[in-house]
Design a protein around this ligand. Structure first.
Ligand code: ADP
Length: 401
C-alpha cells in the first residue's frame, strides 16, 4: 500500500512516497523555484537493493501541475513506475482548516471550495496548498486524495483556551480566535510517546515541545490537545528562528508611530526579522550555540529562547494538573541537549529532572533523558509529519469506503 505525501508552498513541492506496509520511504524530494526561469528538482529513491540514490536536475517548470508531471517522470525513470501505479492515496498537508476541519477530509469539490474560503486565515499558505491539490487531482484523477490540516489536532481546545479577550463579534464575524499549528507533529509525537511509555494515549498527559525553526508547545490530555502556544497565526507563543512569539500587542502601534514603518513592514519584521535572528543576527541554532561563548547577544538569544519555553512548561504543567511526560521534538528539540537542559533547569521541584549523561547521548530513535527518580518522564522523539500525514490519509480513505 503506497501513499504519496505532498507539502507544497507557493513555488515549491516537497514530496515523499511511503510503502505503508513497512513505513519505508520509496522516494522523496523537493522541487524549488516553480515559475522562475530555472526550477530545480532533488530526488532520492530506494533502489532494488534497498540502498538510496539521489539526483539533482534543473529545467523550467511553469506551475505545480507541470511540477507533479516532472516528479512522475523522474520517479518512472528511476524505476518507481509500479509504485506510482499502485498508489492507494495522496495526502496533502494543508496549513489552515479553520473550525470546519477537525480531522482530515477526503478531497472533493466541496472540500476544495471550503479550503479556498479559509484563505484569508492563511493567505500565504492555503492558496499554495490548493494549487498543488488541484494539480494532483488533475494528474491523478483516479487516486483518492486527502487533506490533512495543521490546525485540526488543536480543534479540541476548550473555548476558554482558544478565545482572545477582544470583542466577541470579531470571532463571530471574522473567525478571530486561536487555532494553533504544527498539529500533525504534536499528534505524531503524542502517539509515539504513549507507545514508548507503554500506556494508552487516553491515560496520559503530555507537554509536547516542537522546537525547530518554528517553535510551539502543546498541552495534551488523554491524546487531545487542550492548549497550544501558537494562535490565530503561527506568530504567537514561543520565540522562534525569525518570529517574535508573544509580545505586548501595543508594540506594532508604537513601532509604527516611532519609525514610520507601515503595518505590512511591521508584520514582516515580526515574522521574518525577529526571534533569534532579531536578537543576535542568526537563526540557525547550531551557529548561535557555537557563538554563545564569545558573543553576548547569541548568549542572550539562547537565554530568552529557553526562558520562554520554561514558562510555557510551567503554564502547561498547571493546565494539565499532572504531567506524565515532556516530549522534545523538531530540529533543535531532537538534537540540542544544551537547549533541552536549559528549558528544564530549575524545575526539579515539579519532578522535572534531566539526567545530564542521558541528555548528552544522541540517538535517532525515541529515548528518555530524565533521572531515574523523576516524577515526570522527559522524552526525545523524532517527529515525522509526512508519515503521520500518510497514516491519516490511509485511515481517512478506509473510513470513507
Ligand atoms: P523546520 O521548523 O524548518 O522544519 P527543523 O525542525 O529542521 O526546522 O529545525 C531547524 C533548527 O534545528 C535550526 O535552528 C538548526 O540549527 C537546529 N538544529 C539542527 N541540528 C542541530 C544540532 N545538532 N544542534 C543544535 N541545533 C540543531
Amino acid at each position: 500500500m503506497n501513499v504519496l505525501v505532498i507539502n507544497s508552498g507557493s513555488s515549491s513541492i516537497k514530496y515523499k512516497i511511503f510503502n505503508m506496509s513497512d513505513k519505508s520511504v520509496l522516494a522523496s524530494g523537493v522541487i524549488d523555484r516553480i515559475g522562475e526561469p530555472v526550477s530545480s528538482l532533488k530526488h532520492r529513491w530506494m533502489k532494488a537493493d534497498g540502498e538510496y540514490e539521489e539526483i539533482s536536475l534543473t529545467r523550467k517548470i511553469d506551475d505545480h501541475s507541470e511540477g507533479l508531471q516532472w516528479i512522475t517522470c523522474v520517479s518512472e525513470d528511476t524505476g518507481l513506475t509500479r509504485q506510482l501505479e499502485e498508489l492507494f492515496g495522496i495526502g496533502h498537508r494543508v496549513v489552515h482548516g479553520g473550525e470546519v476541519f477537525q480531522k482530515p477530509a477526503v478531497i472533493n469539490d466541496k472540500v476544495i471550495e471550503t479550503i479556498r474560503e479559509m484563505a484569508p486565515l492563511a493567505p500565504l499558505h492555503n492558496p499554495a496548498n490548493l494549487v498543488a491539490i488541484e494539480a494532483a487531482v488533475k494528474n491523478y484523477p483516479d487516486v483518492p486524495q486527502v487533506a490533512v490540516f495543521d490546525t485540526a489536532f488543536h480543534q479540541t481546545m476548550p473555548p476558554h483556551a482558544f478565545h482572545y479577550a477582544v470583542p466577541y463579534e470579531l470571532y463571530k464575524n471574522y473567525h478571530v480566535r486561536r487555532y494553533g499549528f504544527h498539529g500533525t507533529s504534536h499528534q505524531f509525537v503524542s502517539k509515539q510517546a504513549a507507545a514508548y511509555l507503554g500506556r494508552p494515549p487516553e491515560e496520559i498527559n503530555l507537554i509536547t515541545l516542537h522546537i525547530g525553526n518554528g517553535v510551539s508547545a502543546a498541552a495534551v490530555r488523554g491524546g487531545r490537545s487542550i492548549d497550544t502556544s501558537m494562535g490565530m497565526t503561527p506568530l504567537e507563543g514561543l520565540i522562534m528562528g525569525t518570529r517574535c512569539g508573544d509580545i505586548d500587542p501595543s508594540l506594532p502601534f508604537y513601532i509604527a508611530e516611532r519609525s514610520g514603518l507601515s503595518i505590512n513592514d511591521i508584520e514582516r519584521m515580526l515574522n521574518k526579522e525577529s526571534g533569534l535572528k532579531g536578537i543576535c543576527g542568526a537563526n540557525d541554532m547550531r551557529e548561535i550555540i557555537s557563538n554563545s561563548g564569545k558573543d553576548d547577544l547569541a548568549k542572550l538569544a539562547i537565554d530568552m529562547f529557553c526562558y520562554r519555553i520554561k514558562k510555557y512548561i510551567g503554564a502547561y504543567h498547571a493546565v494539565l494538573g499532572r504531567t506524565d511526560a515532556i516530549v522534545f521534538t523538531g530540529g533543535i528539540g531532537e538534537n540540542a541537549g544544551l537547549i533541552r537542559a536549559r528549558c528544564c533547569e530549575g524545575l526539579e521541584a515539579f519532578g522535572i529532572k534531566i539526567d545530564e549523561q542521558k541528555n548528552a547521548s544522541s540517538s535517532g530513535a525515541a529515548h528518555e533523558i530524565n533521572k531515574a527518580d523523576a516524577k515526570v518522564r522527559i522524552l526525545v522523539i523524532p517527529t515525522n509529519e509526512e508519515l503521520e500525514i500518510a497514516g491519516q490519509t490511509v485511515e481517512t480513505i478506509l473510513a470513507a469506503k
